[in-house]
Unconditional design. Structure first.
Length: 310
C-alpha cells in the first residue's frame, strides 16, 4: 500500500479524489517501489509561509540546509524552500534530487500561491499548462488525476504580475521547477498546485505571510489526496519498469555484454506486456548455447505474436 491515505480508490490508472474529505495526519508516507527501491514525495515551495502548513501536517522534521536551501524530511517525504523566482526553484529542485538519488518513480509537487484576474482568493487550482513569459517556452503537466479540482494555465513571470492579462494564473517559480523535476522523474509524477492569493479586486499589496500560510492550510485535504494519487501512479510506474522476475536467471546462465543486457531488458518489457504471467525461461531456451541465440529466440517469439485491438 503506497503512502497510506485517509481515502484512496485503489491502484487504478485513474485515481478518484473525493473533493473535501478531511485527511488524517501521518508521521511519514512510505512507498517501496518494485525492486525494493523506496519512492519519495518531494515538495518545492518558494516561501516559508507556504511550507509551514505542509511541515506541520506531514510532520516533517530533520531540518538541514544543503546547497543553501532549507530541507525538511520524514521517512517518505522531503520539502525544500527555494525562495522566490524560477532560477531559485530550479536550483532547489536539482539540489533536492541530487540529495535523494532521485529515481523516475519519485513524485514532485510544487505548491504555492498565484494570482489570477478573476478567480476568488483561496481557490485551489491544478495547473495543466505552464508558460514562461520571458522565454516563450511552454510545458503541459499530464492530467491523469481524476478530480473535481478546477484546472488552469499558469504563466511564470520574473516580477509580480499586476495586470492579470488573460485567463491565466501567475507565479514566479513553476517554469523553473517543472522542466528540472522532469529530468529526474516521469512527467506524470510532476505536478503544480496553486492557491489563488490575489486578483484585480484583492491585489498583491494585501498578501502577508499569515494570509499565505492560511491559504495553504485551507487546502491540506486536497493536497493530501493529490499526494495519494501521485503515489498510486508511482506504484504503477515502478511495477511497469521493474525487471522481469526471471531476467536475472537468464543473465546468470549466459554471459551478456552490456549492449546485450540492454536489449534483453527491452525484450523482457515486451514479454511482460504481450505475455503477462508467462515464464520467460523455458526448457527450449535453456538448450541454447549463447546469449545472442537467446536474444534472437525471444525476439522471434515476440515478433510472431498477434496483437488484437478492441
Amino acid at each position: 500500500m503506497p503512502w497510506p491515505a485517509a481515502t484512496r480508490s485503489g491502484n487504478a490508472s485513474v485515481v478518484q479524489l473525493p473533493p473535501h474529505d478531511i485527511p488524517t495526519r501521518h508521521n511519514s508516507i512510505n512507498h517501496t517501489a518494485a525492486g525494493g527501491q523506496r519512492a519519495m514525495m518531494h515538495f518545492i515551495t518558494a516561501l516559508p509561509a507556504e511550507a509551514r502548513p505542509l511541515i506541520e501536517h506531514f510532520r516533517l522534521r530533520d531540518k538541514c540546509t544543503n546547497g543553501g536551501f532549507p530541507v525538511y524530511r520524514n521517512d517518505g517525504m522531503a520539502l525544500s524552500v527555494s525562495g522566490p523566482g524560477k532560477v531559485a526553484a530550479a536550483a532547489a529542485t536539482a539540489s533536492l534530487a541530487a540529495q535523494d538519488s532521485s529515481r523516475a518513480t519519485n513524485a514532485w509537487l510544487n505548491i504555492g500561491i498565484a494570482g489570477h484576474a478573476t478567480l476568488s482568493v483561496g481557490r485551489g487550482i491544478l495547473v495543466n499548462h505552464i508558460s514562461d513569459r520571458a522565454t516563450g517556452k511552454a510545458w503541459y503537466p499530464p492530467q491523469l488525476i481524476d478530480t473535481n479540482l478546477p484546472r488552469c494555465s499558469l504563466t511564470t513571470v520574473d516580477i509580480p504580475e499586476t495586470g492579470y492579462a488573460g485567463d491565466s494564473l501567475y507565479d514566479m517559480e513553476a517554469s523553473g521547477f517543472f522542466p528540472v523535476a522532469c529530468r529526474f522523474s516521469t512527467a506524470e509524477l510532476v505536478q503544480c498546485f496553486k492557491v489563488v492569493s490575489d486578483n484585480r479586486e484583492q491585489t498583491t499589496s494585501g498578501i502577508t505571510a499569515q494570509l499565505c500560510e492560511r491559504l495553504i492550510a485551507d487546502q491540506l485535504d486536497v493536497i493530501e489526496h493529490l499526494v495519494q494519487a501521485l503515489a498510486g501512479f508511482a506504484e504503477e510506474h515502478a511495477a511497469w519498469h521493474a525487471p522481469h522476475p526471471e531476467q536475472e536467471r537468464l543473465t546468470t546462465h549466459w554471459h551478456f555484454t552490456v549492449a546485450q543486457q540492454h536489449r534483453l531488458a527491452r525484450l523482457a518489457q515486451r514479454w511482460k506486456t504481450l505475455l503477462p504471467g508467462e515464464p520467460l525461461w523455458s526448457k527450449e531456451l535453456g538448450k541454447l548455447g549463447t546469449a545472442g541465440a537467446v536474444l534472437l529466440r525471444l525476439e522471434q517469439h515476440l515478433d510472431s505474436m498477434v496483437v488484437e485491438l478492441g
